[in-house]
Design a protein around this ligand. Structure first.
Ligand code: CP3
Length: 345
């Protein structure tokens, strides 16, 4: 069977149309998601492979996107090993007993196949459903720094005070923590690929909170290690963070196949900063809130910045906002497929 356009674009090949998928394409913006999920915890939905598979498939059916992304969360492996995590609607991951000292490593053992059997069963089911259309599944994990920010802060934060204090006052403990998290991340990604994920994305969503020196010293080594430790699998890797304009050159030295560009940086400038490697992005999710015409106009601006160079995967510059009208995203997919320039020599 032909190699899907999404995978070929990740490798920088010239393809017949610009591939598109959306971060957080599964979720509260879809009425079919809200109907299926009800009010239970997202972790319960993820723990049920039939539900998680269905939620993964919903946006693929509705939008005709070029890739599926597994319905999961960056916090899932830590929930699975019993670190003590919940996900609070409207807030995000919350940790009852945050990481403060070396004693907490006892709650951070490596993953076994049994811990994440529900995830790999979901991957099996999704891969089987995607076979008919040869649509690739993207597996994912949180990058060590972003995960550490939740484990240390105890929940979402704007200031990152505790994690920055830890890195600057106890750098060796911080390094050991990121090393442990990178082992778990590698196990989690390898399991998803072993069960049929054909690409992986590493979300370093909050890396933009760091200075260049901090990123280089404290976050980059663990991310590099993760990417190097899945390289033998031969699947494309995508590295993404938010507010990372000042870090893109450093992040690209971690050597992912594709660099995610968030919405703060124009795509052509982002591509220059990552040395021309394939890029994914970067329509501002807020541009999709003004209806179909506003979203289409935003998409055309991104396509214009992408130009005719191969190696562009269209996406938003961060996740779909819950109040997005799905018809705006349907229109974006249509415009990207019809008007994207990457296929035109
Ligand atoms: O992209 C997809 O469609 C796949 C699903 C996905 C989820 N989380 C499901 C989810 C992905 C890729 C993630 C990754 C994730 N989770 C990240 C990295 C991406 C990013 O946004 O930067 C981060 C930082 C998290 C942590 C997290 N989990 C947050 C901040 C939230 C939102 C809290 C809220 O309710 O607004 C969650 C919960 C979550 N994960 C939801 C979904 C669909 C919404 C909660 C729900 O539906 O109950």
């Amino acid at each position: 069977m032909n190699e899907p356009v999404f995978l070929r674009a990740c490798r920088g090949e010239r393809v017949a149309h610009v591939p598109v998928w959306f971060m957080r394409q599964a979720g509260r913006s879809l009425p079919e998601y809200r109907a299926l999920r009800g009010t239970g915890s997202i972790l319960e939905a993820i723990a049920d492979p039939a539900v998680a598979c269905e939620v993964t498939m919903q946006p693929v059916r509705r939008y005709g996107v070029d890739a599926a992304i597994l319905f999961s969360d960056i916090i899932v492996p830590y929930h699975a090993i019993g670190f003590g995590v919940d996900v609070v609607p409207g807030r995000g991951p919350v940790i009852a007993d945050p990481f403060t000292s070396a004693a907490d490593f006892e709650r951070l053992r490596d993953l076994t196949d049994v811990d994440i059997a529900h995830v790999t069963e979901t991957v099996d089911r999704v891969v089987k459903e995607l076979e008919a259309t040869n649509t690739p599944l993207i597996g994912f994990a949180g990058a060590p720094f972003t995960v550490a920010s939740y484990l240390v802060e105890g929940g979402p934060t704007r200031e990152f005070t505790l994690i920055k204090t830890l890195m600057h006052t106890q750098p060796l403990l911080f390094d050991l923590l990121l090393e442990r998290l990178s082992d778990i991340t590698v196990s989690f990604l390898r399991a998803q690929v072993a069960h049929g994920a054909r690409a992986v994305q590493l979300f370093d969503s909050w890396a933009g909170a760091l200075t260049r020196d901090e990123y280089r010293r404290f976050a980059l080594p663990a991310t590099e290690r993760v990417i190097a430790s899945v390289a033998d699998l031969g699947v494309p890797t995508i590295l993404f963070g938010v507010g990372t304009g000042e870090l893109l050159d450093l992040m690209s030295s971690a050597n992912s196949t594709v660099m995610g560009i968030d919405w703060h940086v124009e795509l052509d400038e982002g591509r220059r900063r990552v040395g021309g490697r394939p890029v994914q992005g970067n329509l501002d999710p807020a541009r999709c809130l003004g209806g179909v015409d506003a979203a289409v106009q935003g998409a055309r601006e991104v396509l214009a910045r992408a130009g005719s160079a191969p190696g562009h995967i269209f996406n938003l510059g961060h996740g779909v906002l819950p109040s997005t009208d799905p018809s705006a995203l349907e229109a974006v997919v249509r415009v990207v497929h019809e008007e994207g320039m990457a296929g035109v020599s």
